[in-house]
Design a protein around this ligand. Sequence first.
Ligand code: OSB
Ligand code: MG
Length: 372
Amino acid sequence: MKIESVTLREIQMPLVHFFETSFGRVHARRILLVSVDADGVRGWGECVAGEDPFYSAEWTETAWPTIKHYLAPALLKGELHCGRDCAALFARVRGHRMAKAGLENAVWDAEARQKQQPLWKLLGGSRREIACGVSIGIQDSPEQLLGKIETELAAGYRRIKIKVKPGWDLNVLEKIRARWTDILLSVDANSAYTLDQVEHLRKFDAFKLLMIEQPLWDDEIYLHARLQKVMQTAICLDESIHHARDADFALETGACRIINVKVGRVGGFTEAKKVHDVAKRHGVPVWCGGMLESGVGRAHNIALSTLEGFRLPGDVSASKRYWKQDIIEPEVEVRADGMIGISDEPGTGYQVCEDLVQKFTVREETFRAGKT
Ligand code: OSB
Ligand code: MG
């Protein structure tokens, strides 16, 4: 595989509805898209870093120069046979996993198109349909949240996840459970609590939750193990898991019973597959998290979710929940039974609408072999 050029674009897209977590509210996304041209095909990747360094240290403005000055040059200079080879080329750069994933996944995408194979098959997937859940942000009022849940359940989604933080947690859960006793329900705290609040956290056990995601510090695994010992609700780690070794450590120490796999957070498909394999070895289910992706990242999340270990509904939901118009064709649609059917087309099965990408692009730079 000869990578001839790498193009980095920033697109800006307003969200259909704001999204609020314990670390803040976003109204629009600034997304970095990566495309690589190789052997007559173009592969696309998405860097899922946020607009601010709040979910993780990485954000839009660290990803751009990291790709420009280090990762794209490494890719253009390196010997590369397939997507799997990228991680080694990027290994000298510490961290910056979302930036790495944007590039690596573009290479996997190109590889699948070049081999005329579905990306999901290339990744080792087997599922022909995947189960979808939704992640619903903090709203202006509990009534507004209940209205949203009602809409998503009617649309067929198989699991409702709500964002929680002190002051927007047990009170809201009481209202939800009063109305829907049996739905598959989980919460995501995005590190909003500390171990001092263990008595408060134990009260979550009353609500028969599928899981509580990332209750404690984003850089902590061991203290989650302490918490898991005194909580019935399964802990799921998101922010704390950066690679397969973290996953192994977390599962060995009992810090969680479920793992949220985000391909961007762990640095690309190769590492995401490793995290999946570690969880499988421990007999622990994983599910695919989301980062408010455009269609490019969304299509990649769908392909990843076909791996056997993705046994729980993911945060992979329909394009129209996020965007007035998504940048892929067809848009991601979720069936009335809450599933997404998997395409047999080569690549992701979704085409990138380059004219729309162009329309949303606010900056663009191309790097070529021998010129970086
Ligand atoms: O913690 O899973 C998270 C979005 C941005 C940053 C972090 C998270 C999320 C979500 C949204 O929960 C998932 C989605 O619908 O894409
Ligand atoms: Mg999360």
